[in-house]
Design a protein around this ligand. Structure first.
Ligand code: NAD
Length: 504
């Protein structure tokens, strides 16, 4: 039976490349619970071949003029904009998120492509004439070479697009190792690059598991690693790639809090808590997981959130006779079990389950990996269910008495990806942005993913390394600088023999 299903192979040398490793992993349709394809898990020989092809692609692309490179990127942007509906359908079918949300992730990725079209301004060097008499000093930025991108399942298009438009614009060749849970978006993007005129070997898709990741981490050809995924793997990637002398940016997990001050508009807060807590079934690194309610607002806010949960439609993200639902399933059955386990832990630790999404089923999709929106009150901060990332549609309410108590709690956590404050008090918001130990902050904005010309990245266990994704950080990460000190000798300025250290 499974032999009849398609296999998703690699993209090497500007074409699909059939893996002969004999190893595959299942790719599910999470809404039906059925395996819909298999993804090839590359062998070491296939990993090596992909890296060799990328190195050859780099040699061509890095010698291609800025003007030509810019034309290809503009073309890619136009094709993506025209055909993004195809990509949204692919994302929804393998990830489970609703199609309009898949479209949202593409548009956020497209922003980075649009930023990259203006790359000449961002990679040009600087020139200082006559730094010393007759001496000019200037700097140039060059690409790194072959760069690796290892991405998570939750944004199969947007996360790769945080990196590859910038890397390619700067003259690098990229190898993407997509999540084995939803690998098709990367292949679709590879085909689009081909159509846009990108030379073969500049965009490679290497499907696989740990072997493929380790192949990139240990290859002397691969110059840098951009990773997004869970914190334990991010730490492993950071340590291993650094030990092997590579540049590395490794973005990890999150547990994002929304601090609600008593003066906030609670209808606005309830709407935003629903959107940011349950959108994409909570499988977003910038999802809100904890509502930190500064008393006396908790009871009223919980009532408003509960009422709104009752109106949410949960179903197949691809839509159906009743249109598009608000929320789709989780990625796998195993992940659903994990999310469910965290609700069990919260309950055992004394929390109150206000809305229980365990054992939630969707009519007609009984085998789908659905988990209902869940709301938990009075979660003890000593519980693992509070301290760890759940990555599902579970909102936890923690009640605090003061602004200071809320800030201290957020700052005590292991993660520092995103956070938000809801208030009408500008002074409190300003104090929050100054004191909070988190990389991305929303003020009355629940999912503060920075626009493409700022950079994306958290603090603490949410980002290993010092380079964020895209924006100026992205261009810094994907280029290296040379500084040149130049003198054109003539008899008038020749200083004769002097063994002292050069001075001005
Ligand atoms: P994951 O860590 O399981 O997998 C990420 C990538 O690492 C995949 O390509 C996977 O194949 C690979 N991988 C998994 N185990 C490995 C191992 N032992 N050795 C080498 N490679 C391995 O993450 P996921 O479940 O795909 O994604 C969800 C996680 O990603 C969540 O923790 C979420 O918070 C995080 N995330 C973070 C951000 C951010 O910006 N900080 C953005 C999106 C997702």
């Amino acid at each position: 039976m499974s032999n009849e299903l398609p296999t998703i192979h690699n993209w090497v040398d500007g074409a699909l490349s059939t893996s002969t490793s004999g190893q595959t992993a299942p790719v599910y349709n999470p809404a039906t619970g059925q395996v819909q394809a298999h993804v090839a898990l590359s062998s070491q020989a296939e990993i090596d071949a992909a890296i060799d092809s990328a190195q050859a692609g780099f040699e061509v692309w890095s010698a291609t003029s800025i003007a030509r490179r810019q034309t290809v990127i503009f073309k890619f942007r136009e094709l993506l904009n025209e055909r993004k509906a195809e990509l949204a359908a692919i994302i929804s079918s393998e990830h489970g998120k609703v199609v309009s949300d898949a479209m949202g992730e593409i548009l956020r990725g497209q922003e980075v492509v649009e930023l990259a079209t203006g790359f000449p301004h961002l990679i040009k060097g600087a020139f200082s004439e006559n730094a010393s008499t007759g001496i000019d000093v200037y700097s140039i930025k060059q690409p790194l070479g072959v760069v690796g991108i290892i991405s998570p399942f939750n944004f199969p298009a947007m996360v790769p697009m945080w990196f590859f438009p910038v890397a390619i614009a700067a003259g690098n060749a990229v190898i993407i190792k997509p999540s084995e849970k939803d690998p098709s978006a990367s292949i679709w993007l590879a085909e689009l690059w081909k159509e846009a005129g990108l030379p073969d070997g500049v965009f490679t898709v290497l499907n696989g598991d740990k072997l493929a990741v380790d192949g990139l981490l240990h290859s002397p050809v691969v110059q840098s690693i951009s990773f997004v995924g869970s914190t334990p793997i991010a730490q492993y990637i950071y340590e291993t790639a650094s030990k092997n002398g590579k540049r590395v940016q490794a973005l990890g997990g999150a547990k994002n809090h929304m601090l609600v001050l008593p003066d906030a508009d609670l209808d606005l807060v309830a709407d935003q808590a629903i959107n940011a807590g349950y959108g994409a079934a909570g499988e977003r690194c910038m999802a809100i997981s904890v509502v930190l309610a500064v008393e006396p607002v908790a009871d009223e806010l919980i009532a408003k959130i509960t009422e709104r949960i009752g109106n949410l439609k949960i179903g197949n993200g691809a839509g159906g006779p009743d249109g598009e639902p608000d929320m789709g399933p989780l990625i796998t059955d195993a992940h659903r079990e994990k999310v469910s386990g965290y609700v069990d832990i919260a309950e055992a630790d004394g929390a109150k389950i206000v809305v229980d999404g365990r054992n939630f089923r969707v009519d007609g999709h009984e085998d789908g990996f659905f988990f209902g929106p869940t709301l938990i009150d009075e979660v003890p901060t000593t519980s693992r269910a509070y301290q760890e990332e759940i990555f599902g549609p579970v909102l936890e309410v923690v009640r605090v008495q003061t602004f200071e108590e809320g800030v201290a709690l957020i700052n005590s956590g292991q993660f520092g990806n995103g956070t938000a404050i809801f208030t009408n008090d500008g002074g409190a918001a300003r104090r929050f942005q100054h004191e909070i130990q988190v990389g991305m902050i929303g003020i009355n904005v629940p999912i503060p993913v920075p626009v493409a010309y700022h950079s994306f990245g958290g603090w603490k266990a949410s980002l290993f390394g010092d380079a964020k994704a895209y924006g100026v950080h992205g261009f810094e990460f994907f280029t290296r600088e040379k500084a040149i000190t130049s003198r054109w000798l003539d008899p008038a300025t020749h200083g004769g023999i002097n063994l002292g250290f050069p001075q001005n």
